[in-house]
Design a protein. Structure first.
Length: 266
Protein backbone atom coordinates (compact mmCIF):
# COMPACT_ATOMS: atom_id res chain seq x y z
CA UNK A 1 0.00 0.00 0.00
CA UNK A 2 1.07 3.60 -0.60
CA UNK A 3 -0.26 6.84 0.86
CA UNK A 4 0.84 10.46 0.69
CA UNK A 5 2.39 11.71 3.94
CA UNK A 6 4.56 14.75 4.62
CA UNK A 7 4.54 15.60 0.91
CA UNK A 8 5.78 12.23 -0.41
CA UNK A 9 4.20 8.91 -1.32
CA UNK A 10 5.16 6.31 1.25
CA UNK A 11 4.98 2.53 0.94
CA UNK A 12 3.78 0.68 4.02
CA UNK A 13 2.39 -2.62 5.22
CA UNK A 14 -0.01 -2.96 8.15
CA UNK A 15 -0.47 -6.52 9.39
CA UNK A 16 -2.07 -8.21 12.37
CA UNK A 17 -5.35 -7.87 14.23
CA UNK A 18 -7.03 -4.48 13.87
CA UNK A 19 -7.89 -4.59 17.59
CA UNK A 20 -4.29 -5.16 18.72
CA UNK A 21 -1.91 -2.41 19.88
CA UNK A 22 0.31 -1.06 17.11
CA UNK A 23 4.08 -1.28 16.75
CA UNK A 24 5.85 0.66 14.00
CA UNK A 25 9.14 -0.64 12.54
CA UNK A 26 11.77 1.56 10.87
CA UNK A 27 14.58 -0.02 8.85
CA UNK A 28 18.32 0.54 8.35
CA UNK A 29 20.07 2.52 5.61
CA UNK A 30 20.16 0.71 2.25
CA UNK A 31 17.43 -1.76 3.23
CA UNK A 32 13.63 -1.64 3.17
CA UNK A 33 10.68 -2.84 5.22
CA UNK A 34 11.40 -6.46 4.27
CA UNK A 35 14.42 -6.50 6.59
CA UNK A 36 11.96 -6.98 9.49
CA UNK A 37 10.72 -10.30 8.13
CA UNK A 38 12.38 -12.36 10.94
CA UNK A 39 10.27 -10.53 13.55
CA UNK A 40 6.91 -10.60 11.79
CA UNK A 41 5.61 -13.92 13.10
CA UNK A 42 6.33 -13.23 16.76
CA UNK A 43 5.19 -9.59 16.66
CA UNK A 44 2.05 -10.00 14.55
CA UNK A 45 0.78 -12.67 16.96
CA UNK A 46 0.20 -9.93 19.54
CA UNK A 47 0.47 -6.60 17.70
CA UNK A 48 -0.72 -4.77 14.63
CA UNK A 49 2.61 -4.26 12.87
CA UNK A 50 3.22 -1.19 10.72
CA UNK A 51 6.29 -1.37 8.47
CA UNK A 52 7.21 1.37 6.06
CA UNK A 53 9.94 2.29 3.59
CA UNK A 54 11.89 5.39 4.61
CA UNK A 55 12.13 8.25 2.13
CA UNK A 56 14.56 7.41 -0.63
CA UNK A 57 14.17 3.66 -0.09
CA UNK A 58 12.08 0.79 -1.39
CA UNK A 59 8.68 1.81 -2.73
CA UNK A 60 8.68 5.25 -1.11
CA UNK A 61 9.40 8.36 -3.15
CA UNK A 62 12.99 9.49 -3.69
CA UNK A 63 12.85 13.29 -3.45
CA UNK A 64 15.88 15.45 -4.03
CA UNK A 65 18.13 15.58 -0.95
CA UNK A 66 19.81 16.13 1.30
CA UNK A 67 17.39 14.86 3.94
CA UNK A 68 17.36 15.46 7.70
CA UNK A 69 16.42 13.15 10.55
CA UNK A 70 13.84 15.73 11.66
CA UNK A 71 12.24 15.49 8.20
CA UNK A 72 12.28 11.70 8.34
CA UNK A 73 10.69 11.72 11.80
CA UNK A 74 7.97 13.99 10.42
CA UNK A 75 7.42 11.41 7.67
CA UNK A 76 6.55 8.88 10.38
CA UNK A 77 4.39 11.27 12.39
CA UNK A 78 2.36 12.21 9.31
CA UNK A 79 2.09 8.59 8.17
CA UNK A 80 0.58 7.69 11.54
CA UNK A 81 -1.86 10.60 11.22
CA UNK A 82 -2.91 9.60 7.71
CA UNK A 83 -3.48 6.01 8.81
CA UNK A 84 -5.47 7.11 11.85
CA UNK A 85 -3.01 5.63 14.35
CA UNK A 86 -3.07 7.74 17.51
CA UNK A 87 -0.53 5.72 19.49
CA UNK A 88 2.15 3.19 18.65
CA UNK A 89 5.22 1.54 20.02
CA UNK A 90 8.21 2.32 17.80
CA UNK A 91 11.21 0.13 16.96
CA UNK A 92 14.03 1.35 14.75
CA UNK A 93 17.35 -0.22 13.83
CA UNK A 94 20.47 1.73 12.81
CA UNK A 95 19.11 4.70 10.81
CA UNK A 96 15.64 3.74 11.99
CA UNK A 97 16.82 4.06 15.58
CA UNK A 98 18.09 7.56 14.83
CA UNK A 99 14.69 8.45 13.42
CA UNK A 100 13.09 6.97 16.53
CA UNK A 101 15.10 9.15 18.87
CA UNK A 102 14.07 12.31 17.02
CA UNK A 103 10.47 11.14 16.84
CA UNK A 104 10.45 10.54 20.60
CA UNK A 105 11.83 14.02 21.22
CA UNK A 106 9.38 15.77 18.88
CA UNK A 107 6.25 13.58 19.04
CA UNK A 108 6.30 11.65 22.29
CA UNK A 109 2.53 11.99 22.53
CA UNK A 110 2.02 9.38 19.81
CA UNK A 111 4.43 6.81 21.28
CA UNK A 112 3.88 4.18 23.93
CA UNK A 113 7.39 2.72 24.07
CA UNK A 114 10.67 3.09 22.20
CA UNK A 115 13.06 0.36 21.04
CA UNK A 116 16.43 1.52 19.69
CA UNK A 117 18.55 -1.14 18.02
CA UNK A 118 22.17 -1.03 16.85
CA UNK A 119 22.14 2.73 16.64
CA UNK A 120 23.85 5.89 17.86
CA UNK A 121 22.95 9.35 19.12
CA UNK A 122 25.94 11.14 17.61
CA UNK A 123 28.25 10.96 14.61
CA UNK A 124 31.62 12.23 15.87
CA UNK A 125 33.59 14.60 13.65
CA UNK A 126 36.31 12.01 13.07
CA UNK A 127 33.73 9.68 11.46
CA UNK A 128 32.33 12.22 9.02
CA UNK A 129 34.99 11.51 6.35
CA UNK A 130 33.69 7.92 6.27
CA UNK A 131 30.24 9.20 5.37
CA UNK A 132 31.62 11.70 2.89
CA UNK A 133 33.46 8.85 1.15
CA UNK A 134 30.27 6.79 0.98
CA UNK A 135 28.43 9.72 -0.55
CA UNK A 136 31.14 10.28 -3.13
CA UNK A 137 31.22 6.58 -4.01
CA UNK A 138 27.45 6.46 -4.46
CA UNK A 139 27.56 9.60 -6.59
CA UNK A 140 30.34 8.45 -8.89
CA UNK A 141 30.08 4.64 -8.94
CA UNK A 142 26.62 3.77 -7.64
CA UNK A 143 25.98 1.36 -4.80
CA UNK A 144 27.56 -1.75 -6.29
CA UNK A 145 31.01 -0.99 -4.87
CA UNK A 146 29.43 -0.45 -1.45
CA UNK A 147 27.72 -3.83 -1.33
CA UNK A 148 30.49 -6.01 0.11
CA UNK A 149 31.89 -3.45 2.59
CA UNK A 150 28.34 -2.96 3.87
CA UNK A 151 27.69 -6.69 4.20
CA UNK A 152 30.93 -7.03 6.17
CA UNK A 153 29.66 -4.37 8.59
CA UNK A 154 26.24 -5.96 8.90
CA UNK A 155 27.11 -9.63 9.49
CA UNK A 156 29.87 -11.64 11.15
CA UNK A 157 32.06 -13.93 9.00
CA UNK A 158 30.41 -16.93 10.64
CA UNK A 159 26.93 -15.76 9.67
CA UNK A 160 27.98 -14.84 6.14
CA UNK A 161 29.34 -18.33 5.58
CA UNK A 162 26.53 -20.24 7.29
CA UNK A 163 23.52 -18.31 5.95
CA UNK A 164 24.39 -17.42 2.34
CA UNK A 165 20.75 -17.22 1.25
CA UNK A 166 19.91 -14.49 3.73
CA UNK A 167 23.10 -12.59 2.94
CA UNK A 168 22.33 -12.78 -0.78
CA UNK A 169 18.90 -11.22 -0.19
CA UNK A 170 20.48 -8.41 1.81
CA UNK A 171 22.94 -7.75 -1.03
CA UNK A 172 19.94 -7.39 -3.32
CA UNK A 173 18.40 -4.83 -0.96
CA UNK A 174 21.53 -2.70 -1.07
CA UNK A 175 21.68 -2.85 -4.87
CA UNK A 176 17.99 -1.94 -5.11
CA UNK A 177 18.42 1.25 -3.05
CA UNK A 178 18.28 4.37 -5.24
CA UNK A 179 21.63 6.19 -5.04
CA UNK A 180 19.86 9.54 -4.58
CA UNK A 181 17.92 8.15 -1.62
CA UNK A 182 21.05 6.61 -0.11
CA UNK A 183 22.95 9.89 -0.45
CA UNK A 184 20.08 11.92 1.00
CA UNK A 185 19.94 9.67 4.05
CA UNK A 186 23.74 9.71 4.47
CA UNK A 187 23.52 13.48 4.82
CA UNK A 188 20.80 13.05 7.46
CA UNK A 189 22.92 10.58 9.44
CA UNK A 190 26.01 12.80 9.24
CA UNK A 191 24.11 15.53 11.07
CA UNK A 192 23.21 13.32 14.04
CA UNK A 193 24.17 14.98 17.33
CA UNK A 194 21.42 14.61 19.91
CA UNK A 195 23.08 12.87 22.87
CA UNK A 196 22.61 15.87 25.13
CA UNK A 197 18.88 16.01 24.29
CA UNK A 198 18.09 12.41 25.16
CA UNK A 199 17.36 13.20 28.80
CA UNK A 200 14.14 14.67 27.44
CA UNK A 201 12.88 11.19 26.57
CA UNK A 202 10.73 9.70 29.35
CA UNK A 203 9.16 6.83 27.42
CA UNK A 204 9.78 3.20 28.39
CA UNK A 205 12.87 2.48 26.31
CA UNK A 206 14.75 -0.66 25.33
CA UNK A 207 18.19 -0.41 23.74
CA UNK A 208 19.49 -3.46 21.87
CA UNK A 209 23.08 -3.81 20.67
CA UNK A 210 25.01 -6.49 18.85
CA UNK A 211 28.01 -7.49 20.93
CA UNK A 212 30.40 -7.27 17.98
CA UNK A 213 28.78 -4.46 15.99
CA UNK A 214 31.63 -2.59 14.24
CA UNK A 215 29.47 0.30 13.03
CA UNK A 216 27.51 1.34 16.12
CA UNK A 217 29.42 -0.36 18.93
CA UNK A 218 28.10 -1.26 22.35
CA UNK A 219 29.68 1.94 23.69
CA UNK A 220 27.21 3.96 21.57
CA UNK A 221 24.31 1.97 23.01
CA UNK A 222 25.62 2.55 26.53
CA UNK A 223 25.73 6.29 25.90
CA UNK A 224 22.05 6.28 24.93
CA UNK A 225 21.22 4.08 27.93
CA UNK A 226 22.96 6.49 30.29
CA UNK A 227 21.00 9.44 28.94
CA UNK A 228 17.48 7.97 28.94
CA UNK A 229 16.33 7.49 32.51
CA UNK A 230 14.94 4.05 33.29
CA UNK A 231 15.96 2.57 29.95
CA UNK A 232 17.00 -1.06 29.57
CA UNK A 233 20.07 -2.21 27.67
CA UNK A 234 20.43 -5.70 26.20
CA UNK A 235 23.59 -6.82 24.40
CA UNK A 236 23.10 -9.77 22.06
CA UNK A 237 26.08 -12.10 21.87
CA UNK A 238 27.65 -13.07 18.54
CA UNK A 239 25.90 -10.33 16.58
CA UNK A 240 27.18 -7.64 14.24
CA UNK A 241 25.16 -4.62 13.08
CA UNK A 242 21.86 -6.15 11.97
CA UNK A 243 21.24 -8.09 15.14
CA UNK A 244 17.55 -8.60 14.31
CA UNK A 245 18.69 -10.86 11.45
CA UNK A 246 21.86 -12.43 12.81
CA UNK A 247 20.28 -13.30 16.17
CA UNK A 248 16.64 -13.24 15.09
CA UNK A 249 15.22 -15.56 17.76
CA UNK A 250 16.99 -13.92 20.69
CA UNK A 251 16.19 -10.47 19.34
CA UNK A 252 12.50 -11.24 18.93
CA UNK A 253 12.17 -12.67 22.43
CA UNK A 254 13.92 -9.70 24.04
CA UNK A 255 11.61 -7.30 22.23
CA UNK A 256 8.46 -9.25 23.04
CA UNK A 257 9.39 -9.56 26.73
CA UNK A 258 9.97 -5.81 26.94
CA UNK A 259 6.72 -4.91 25.17
CA UNK A 260 4.72 -7.37 27.24
CA UNK A 261 6.02 -5.73 30.40
CA UNK A 262 5.22 -2.25 29.06
CA UNK A 263 1.68 -3.26 28.06
CA UNK A 264 1.10 -4.95 31.40
CA UNK A 265 2.01 -1.74 33.26
CA UNK A 266 0.05 0.62 31.03
Amino acid sequence: MRVRANGIRMKYRLEGSASAPVITLSHALATNLAMWHPQMEILSSRYRVLRYDCRGHGGTDVPKGPYTLEQMAEDVADLLKVLGIERTHFMGISMGGMIGQVLALNHSECLGALILCDTSSRIPPEDKPIWEKRILTAQTKGLETLVEPTIEQWFSPRFRSSRPGIVHRMRFMIRATPPRGYIGCCHAIMGLNITDRLRGISLPTLIVAGEDDPGTPVSAAKTIHEQISGSQLVVLKSAFHLSNIEQADAFGQVVLDFLSDVDRKS
